[in-house]
Design a binder for this molecule. Structure first.
Ligand SMILES: [Zn+2]
Length: 191
């Protein structure tokens, strides 16, 4: 899937997770950082591609991205697997969630926003013809639906005119049927 589709999947997953697992209370700063963390999480598994937008944030055009990308074996391997998820979960719960001053930012909420972004990326990629190497290093690829021919080609018209608007329609529908919960969530925001 393209970065734009991953952005949409990540945000839709963020809103869904916020309604299904609402935080007790949340600061405005936590909410802002969580939205950014979710967006980064949505692109994170594609760090194994030099063209990833996240690499563009580093200095030196694509040079640094090209160099760092060599750390990864190939596109769609460990960063798209259960093993990769486990490593991120371990590092995140041990370190990332404790990185912030709890008086201002709830690191646990930030970490889970990031993690939900990664999960949304993997779900989106599982809809594509390439499939997902969930059990890496075992080279089996998984996809939804299991029949490859029925899955989406990255960058195709199906992605742009069916999948992407589909995510938008889902988000509007989800917000519509959860208006009460969403209004309640906004009321839990503190400075
Ligand atoms: Zn990917």
């Amino acid at each position: 899937m393209t970065a734009r589709t991953h952005d949409a999947f990540a945000f839709a997953s963020f809103v869904t997770a916020a309604v299904l697992f609402p935080p007790q209370k949340i600061t405005l700063l936590t909410l802002g950082v969580s939205i950014i963390a979710n967006n980064i999480g949505g692109l994170f598994p594609d760090l194994d591609q030099a063209s990833n937008r996240l690499w563009d944030l580093l200095p030196g055009d694509h040079a640094m991205g090209n160099a760092l990308r060599k750390l990864f074996l190939a596109h769609r391997t460990i960063t798209h697997s259960a093993l990769g998820l486990g490593i991120v979960w371990f590092v995140g719960t041990q370190w990332l969630s404790k990185m912030f001053n709890p008086a201002y930012i709830d690191g646990t909420v930030v970490f889970w926003s990031f993690f939900v972004g990664i999960l949304s990326h993997m779900i989106a990629d599982s809809l594509t013809k390439e499939g997902l190497p969930l059990l890496f290093p075992i080279p089996w690829k998984f996809g939804i639906p299991p029949i490859k021919a029925l899955r989406v080609t990255t960058g195709s018209w199906v992605e742009n005119f069916v999948v992407l608007p589909g995510v938008g329609i889902y988000l509007l529908w989800f917000i519509w049927i959860h208006q009460v919960e969403i209004l309640f969530l906004f009321r839990t925001i503190r400075l």
